[in-house]
Design a protein around this ligand. Structure first.
Ligand code: C2O
Ligand code: CU
Length: 543
C-alpha cells in the first residue's frame, strides 16, 4: 500500500496477453497501475519519475486542483513533458470530489497502459450516503493492443486514417475467457452471499464507449465522476472513456458463478471497430455445484443509441442536505460549440487514408486544435506571446442543419489553431455542445479539466435555443467531469469558473482528441489573494 508522498515510477515491464508478450509502459511495473486512496479534501504529493523511453505526463482525472493547474498534467497545456530520466513532483488538491476518480498518462496515447483508480473516501467522521458496502473493488475497463501502442499511434498519425482497433477490451487489465490464451487470468471477484460490493468503475479505454452488465445482478449506481447520485438500479450501464461510476453489487443470487461483461457502443457507420466482449467472473464462495456453463448478461446492441442515451439521461445528483447542489441560475457567459469530425486535404506525400484521399481531423466550432510547443500555462503566466490566441469563438461560425443526413462537403474542412477562451473569475458558464453529422455522427464524451459541471440537459437533433432550455434540470442534474454528447444530439453543462488557471477541454476518445476536438479555458485570477493561482513549483519540467 502506497502512502503520501506516493512514488510513481514510469517504467517498461513485460506483460503477456492474447498469447503474446510485449513491453508496456507502467507505473511501478503494475498494470493497471496502483490505486490511490485518499479522503475528500486531502492534499497529497506524487513524485513521478520517468524511467521510460518517451516523454510522458500524468493527469489526475477528476481532481479539480483548486488554484493549482501546475500539477494537472495535460502535455503542452499545463506543462511540458517529463523527459526520460526526469522527475516531477505533483500535488493532488482535492476539494469536493468524493467517490471514484482516476489518473492516467496525458501524452499522445500512452494512457492505453498507464492508468489507475483514485478512491476518494468520505472525510473522517462522515460516511457514505448509502449503507456501507462490505468490500470495494476497482473495475477498470480498458483495451489491449497486440502491437506497441507507440507504433499504433505513429501509424495513426502518419496515415491520416482511422486508427488500428484494439485487439481486446479488458476488465482490470484482463481480456477474459472469451479471448484466446486468457482464461486462467480472467479477473475473478469472489463474493459472499448476502454481502454488498462497491464497484469502483472507470472507463480507461482509449477509443470506445462501453456497455457493462453483470449476469443475474442488476447494479445500483450511487455515484458518477466523483459525485454522489440518487440510487439508480439498472440491468446494464453505459460508460464513456473518462467517466467513472460507483455502483453497488448485491450478492443476493443463487450461489454460482456469473459473468460480468463489457463491449463497445459504437455509432459511426461504415467504420470497422472492435466488436469483441471482455468478461470477468463473479464467483460466490461456499460449497455448491456450479452450473456447467456461464451465460453472458444482456448487453445492448453496439449501435443502440437509445440504450446509451436513456442511461446517461437518467442519472441525477443525490442533492441531499449533506451533498447539496448549487446549479448556476444566472448564466453570465454562454458558449455554443459544435463538436465535429472533419477532413483535411492530404499532406504532400502522405498516405491520407481518410474519405476520398483526405486525412481525418476533428474540431470545436470549426477550429481543429493544434498543440503548441511550449505549454499554454507557462505562456499565460510568463506573458509569452505567440503561443496561443484568445479567439475561441463563442458560437458556431456557420449555422447549418448540424444533424442533417447529407451535409455539403465544403463544410467538412476546419481551420487549424490554438485558441483559448478567457473567463472572468466566478463567471457562471453555460456550454451547449452540438454534435454534428459531418463525416460521421458519433457520441462524444467531452471532458473539462479543473471543474466539475452540472449536466442540465441533453437531447437529440439540433439544439433549439427557444424550447430546449425550458426542459433544463436545475434541481438535481448530475455533477460530472465528462459528459456524453449524444450522436447527432446536444448536451448543456453549467459551472462556476471559480478555479483560476488554464484548463483543457476535449473529447475523451483519444482519436478525436488527437484530431483536434479540443479547446482551452483560461480562468482569470480573482481580486482576493485566495482567488488567485498559486505560484509554480520549482521543478516544472523544462520544454
Ligand atoms: Cu482524462 Cu484531459 O483527460
Ligand atoms: Cu469525440
Amino acid at each position: 500500500q502506497l502512502s503520501d508522498p506516493y512514488r510513481f515510477v514510469l517504467e517498461e515491464a513485460p506483460y503477456t496477453r492474447l498469447c503474446s508478450t510485449k513491453n508496456i509502459l507502467t507505473v511501478n511495473g503494475e498494470f493497471p497501475g496502483p490505486t490511490i486512496r485518499v479522503n475528500a479534501g486531502d492534499q497529497i504529493t506524487v513524485d513521478v519519475y520517468n524511467k521510460g523511453k518517451y516523454n510522458v505526463t500524468i493527469h489526475w482525472h477528476g481532481v479539480n486542483q483548486l488554484r493549482y493547474p501546475w500539477s494537472d498534467g495535460p502535455e503542452y497545456i499545463t506543462q511540458c513533458p517529463i523527459q526520460p530520466g526526469g522527475k516531477f513532483s505533483q500535488k493532488l488538491i482535492l476539494s469536493t470530489e468524493e467517490g471514484t476518480i482516476w489518473w492516467h498518462a496525458h501524452s499522445n496515447w500512452t494512457r492505453a497502459t498507464v492508468y489507475g483508480a483514485i478512491f476518494v473516501y468520505p472525510k473522517p467522521g462522515t460516511t457514505y450516503p448509502f449503507p456501507k458496502p462490505d468490500a470495494e473493488v476497482p473495475i477498470i475497463l480498458g483495451g489491449w493492443w497486440k502491437r506497441d501502442i507507440m507504433a499504433v499511434y505513429e501509424q495513426f498519425i502518419a496515415t491520416g486514417g482511422v486508427p488500428n482497433q484494439s485487439d481486446a477490451f479488458t476488465i482490470n487489465g484482463q481480456p477474459g475467457d472469451l479471448y484466446p490464451c486468457s482464461k486462467s487470468e480472467t479477473f475473478k471477484l469472489n463474493v459472499d452471499q448476502g454481502k454488498t460490493y462497491l464497484l469502483r468503475m472507470v472507463n480507461a479505454d482509449v477509443n470506445d464507449i462501453l456497455f457493462f452488465a453483470v449476469a443475474g445482478h442488476p447494479i445500483t449506481v450511487v455515484g458518477a465522476d466523483g459525485s454522489y447520485t440518487k440510487p439508480l438500479t439498472r440491468d446494464y450501464i453505459a460508460i464513456a472513456p473518462g467517466q467513472t461510476l460507483d455502483a453497488l453489487l448485491h450478492a443476493n443470487q443463487q450461489p454460482d458463478h456469473y459473468y460480468m461483461a463489457a463491449r463497445a457502443y459504437f455509432t459511426a457507420i461504415n467504420v470497422d471497430f472492435d466488436r469483441s466482449t471482455t468478461t470477468a467472473i463473479v464467483q460466490y464462495n461456499g460449497n455448491y455445484t456450479p452450473s456447467p456453463s456461464l451465460s453472458l448478461p444482456y448487453l445492448p446492441n453496439y449501435n443502440d443509441t437509445s440504450a446509451s442515451f436513456n442511461f446517461s439521461s437518467s442519472l441525477r445528483s443525490l442533492a441531499s442536505e449533506d451533498h447539496p447542489v448549487s446549479v448556476p441560475k444566472n448564466v453570465t457567459t454562454q458558449l455554443i460549440t459544435t463538436v465535429s469530425v472533419n477532413t483535411l486535404p492530404c499532406i504532400p506525400n502522405g498516405t491520407c487514408q481518410g474519405p476520398n484521399g483526405t486525412r481525418f481531423s476533428a474540431s470545436m466550432n470549426n477550429i481543429s486544435f493544434i498543440l503548441p510547443s511550449i505549454d499554454i500555462l507557462q505562456a499565460y503566466y510568463g506573458h509569452i506571446k505567440g503561443v496561443y490566441g484568445d479567439h475561441f469563438p463563442k458560437y458556431p461560425p456557420y449555422i447549418f442543419n448540424f444533424t442533417d443526413e447529407y451535409l455539403p462537403l465544403n463544410l467538412e474542412i476546419p481551420k487549424l489553431g490554438t485558441e483559448v477562451y478567457i473567463l472572468d473569475y466566478n463567471s457562471t458558464v453555460e456550454i451547449v455542445f452540438q454534435g454534428t453529422n459531418l463525416v460521421a455522427g458519433i457520441d462524444h464524451p467531452m471532458h473539462l479539466h479543473g471543474h466539475s459541471f452540472y449536466v442540465v440537459g441533453l437531447g437529440q437533433g439540433n439544439f433549439d435555443p427557444e424550447k430546449d432550455p425550458l426542459g433544463y434540470n436545475l434541481v438535481d442534474p448530475p455533477y460530472r467531469n465528462t459528459v456524453t454528447v449524444p450522436k447527432n444530439g446536444w448536451s448543456t453543462i453549467r459551472f462556476k469558473a471559480d478555479n483560476p488557471g488554464v484548463w483543457f477541454m476535449h473529447c475523451h476518445l483519444d482519436r478525436h482528441l488527437t484530431w483536434g476536438m479540443d479547446m482551452v479555458f483560461i480562468v482569470r485570477d480573482g481580486d482576493q489573494w485566495d482567488e488567485r493561482m498559486l505560484p509554480p513549483p520549482p521543478d516544472m519540467p523544462p520544454c
